[in-house]
Design a protein around this ligand. Structure first.
Ligand code: ADP
Ligand code: MG
Length: 236
């Protein structure tokens, strides 16, 4: 059996709010192959975002493990986890999370500025700007490079967020309802872009959605229900 690119093993997550304990994930097992495009569906509040955050090291599980290329990563020291997260994972979100005061180019460059000491960034900034511009072109935003988010449509904002997620050359793209705020045609254009990135760049993609027609476009769908993976079905 080929080794999975990324796995969740018996993942549990319980949130504590005041006196209350809310169990959200109750033992989730998922394995994702390198280059696979996986959809995770489930009702609002079923824990889809929680699961994505755990797999991408944005949060820690209460119980269980996250395994990348056969190695456990959820229990690494804080700074190692931070570096690994920046190197391995790209994230996109329903509401884009762009910085409103920055242009498209500056938003896309932001992860590189954060990642490197400033003298390294300044030394390499021509190379980085070229890289960012290439990626912006690839996502179809070359004509919007100096625009700010408020001057963009929803689809254009998501393209900018996708470009930003790609600039650090991630292995795994984690997409949380990436079409959730878009009309169906624009949503489909974003899906076409994600499919192309998956096929051409062999990017592993884990996408959360509650839209079945979007979910079906992945290689495989898993359903999160009552804290567990409920149904496994092959997409068309
Ligand atoms: P989904 O993305 O499927 O809508 P979430 O993972 O966002 O679901 O949330 C699952 C459940 O966990 C919800 O009941 C939500 O209120 C709760 N929850 C999520 N994040 C937190 C948190 N930081 N603290 C407490 N409860 C949370
Ligand atoms: Mg969510």
């Amino acid at each position: 059996m080929p080794r999975k690119h990324i796995r969740a093993v018996a993942l549990e997550k319980t949130y504590r709010t005041g006196q209350h304990e809310v169990p959200v994930l109750k033992g989730v097992d998922i394995g994702v192959n390198r280059g696979e495009f996986l959809s995770i569906v489930g009702q609002s509040g079923s824990g889809k975002s929680t699961l994505l955050h755990l797999m991408g090291l944005l949060d820690s599980p209460s119980v269980g493990e996250v395994i990348l290329d056969g190695q456990r990563i959820d229990n690494l020291p804080f700074d190692t986890r931070d570096k690994l997260r920046n190197r391995v994972f790209g994230f996109i979100f329903q509401f884009y999370h762009l910085l409103p005061e920055l242009t498209v180019l500056e938003n896309v460059l932001a992860p590189l500025m954060i990642r490197h000491p400033s003298w390294v960034y300044w030394k390499r900034r021509r190379e980085y700007r070229r890289l960012a511009k290439d990626i912006i072109q690839k996502v179809g935003l070359a004509h919007r490079i100096k625009h700010r988010p408020s001057q963009l449509s929803g689809g254009e904002m998501q393209r900018a967020a996708i470009a930003r997620s790609l600039v650090a050359k991630p292995e795994v793209l984690l997409a949380d309802e990436p079409t959730g705020n878009l009309d169906s045609q624009t949503g489909q254009e974003i899906m076409d872009l994600l499919t192309e990135l998956n096929e051409v760049e062999s990017l592993t993609i884990i996408m959360v959605t509650h839209d079945d027609s979007i979910a079906k476009q992945a290689h495989r769908i898993v359903r999160l229900h009552e804290g567990r993976i409920d149904v496994l079905e092959e997409a068309a």
